[in-house]
Design a protein around this ligand. Structure first.
Ligand SMILES: Cc1ncc(COP(=O)(O)O)c(C=O)c1O
Length: 391
């Protein structure tokens, strides 16, 4: 392979959340961390080179969004997702979670209702709650075909105070890449009930072979619904999460003007100097690297699923359609969540995300991140096997 994803790069000592904060997060230092959603891989070489070029210039004063920032994004969306985005629809922000929080504050008031679909990325809960919005849970349903949205439940749980639904497309942690008919149904319901859709598409580029990401706004456009705000970023795709740069896409003028107004008031209509450079160069030069990355992640996922099937059949998992996360079902072991986490951290010495942090629907699950060199994945799985082989 052209890029070496097997290389284990020492990340300890870089103030890295995944490796350096294990004591604070798990209460134990010596664990193999396969939890928080970043990867243990170096960025595409061209991205590193662009950054080095800028760092060699020793003045780091105020800087604007780089020339080519929006163009790189427009070209990427067209090429990868067949979505035509216009220049003026794009707003630069310092991350997707800040953009979601801005959207909550722009389009709803304290006490209004915000719908989320657990099990789901924990900041969907906390951004709504910390902004004093009432959370409405529309849990995904477990079916023989995997997780699905529960549209009947959604229809019944929207009322006049429901202003927005925060949608995870593709879905973290269950790894669904939503199909067109599912997206259409979601849009129809929200259009009919006048609920804005904030579509978090940060995972849209990590799509396993055989699946295709569909931007929700594209589906909504076909159905003549203009209430979609899309949050995108290159941070999962190219492993740039520490650089804090994202793009929010709002085609409808009236919504965009309100969002920009609040972003300006909070000084959140900007990206960090280095984030702007890496955003632009990753979208311009990273496609070939991404193709290799996705093949590697796909093989990691196959390896994981085969390993569990052969050696730990009581732990159920299916391959994710998108993301580099896999949702592991330990319910067959009959453990309490406390025991499960205790044994995983203190006996197996592997750091995974507890399922309950994604909502009550995640009880009995753990989330594993396969965005790591295969030798680390093998080591983690062998440790898990040693601890859980007898139940
Ligand atoms: C669904 C989802 N949205 C947003 C983020 C983080 O976005 P940012 O770092 O740009 O705030 C993550 C990170 O794991 C995520 O999984």
């Amino acid at each position: 392979m052209k890029y070496c994803f097997d290389e284990v790069i020492e990340r300890r000592g870089t103030n890295c959340i995944k490796w350096d904060y294990t004591k604070e997060i798990f209460g134990k230092e010596e664990i193999l961390p396969l939890w928080v959603a970043d990867m243990d891989f170096s960025v595409p070489p061209q991205v590193q080179q662009e950054l080095e070029k800028r760092i060699k210039h020793p003045v780091f004063g105020y800087s604007g969004v780089p020339d080519g920032f929006k163009e790189s994004f427009i070209n990427w969306m067209q090429k990868r997702h067949d979505w035509s985005v216009e220049n003026e629809w794009i707003i630069a922000n310092p991350g997707v979670v800040p953009a979601i929080s801005l959207a909550i504050n722009t389009f709803s008031e304290e006490g209004d209702k915000v719908v989320i679909q657990p099990p789901v990325y924990p900041p969907f809960f906390s951004t709504a709650e910390k902004n004093k919005r009432e959370l409405v849970l529309n849990p995904l349903q477990e079916t023989d075909n995997g997780y699905e949205m529960d549209f009947d439940h959604l229809k019944k749980n929207i009322d006049s105070r429901t202003k927005m639904l925060i949608f995870c497309n593709p879905h973290n942690p269950v790894g669904r890449v939503w199909r067109e008919n599912e997206l259409e149904e979601l849009v129809r319901i929200c259009a009919e009930k006048d609920v804005l859709l904030v579509s978090d598409e940060i995972w849209s580029d990590i799509i396993m072979p055989g699946f295709k990401h569909l931007p929700l706004a594209k589906v909504a456009d076909k159905l003549a619904y203009d209430g979609v705000i899309t949050c995108m970023a290159p941070s999962k795709t190219f492993n740039l999460a520490g650089l804090k740069a994202s793009a929010t896409v709002i085609p409808e003028d009236k919504y965009r003007a309100k969002f920009i107004d609040l972003a300006e008031r909070f000084g959140m209509n900007k990206v960090n100097m280095f984030g702007g450079i890496t955003f632009t160069s990753a979208y311009n030069y990273g496609e070939d690297w991404l193709e290799c990355l996705v093949s590697y992640l796909d093989e990691n996922m196959d390896f994981l699923i085969k390993f569990l099937g052969e050696k730990l059949p009581a732990i159920k998992a299916s391959k994710s359609e998108g993301t580099y996360l896999v949702w592991l079902d330990f319910r067959g072991l009959g453990l309490t969540d406390e025991d499960l986490v205790e044994r995983m951290v203190h006996k197996a010495r592997v750091g995974l995300n507890p399922g309950f942090s994604f909502g009550d629907q995640g009880k009995g699950f753990l989330r594993i991140n396969v965005g790591c060199p295969r030798p680390l994945l093998v080591e983690a799985l062998e440790r898990i096997e040693d601890e859980f082989k007898n139940g």
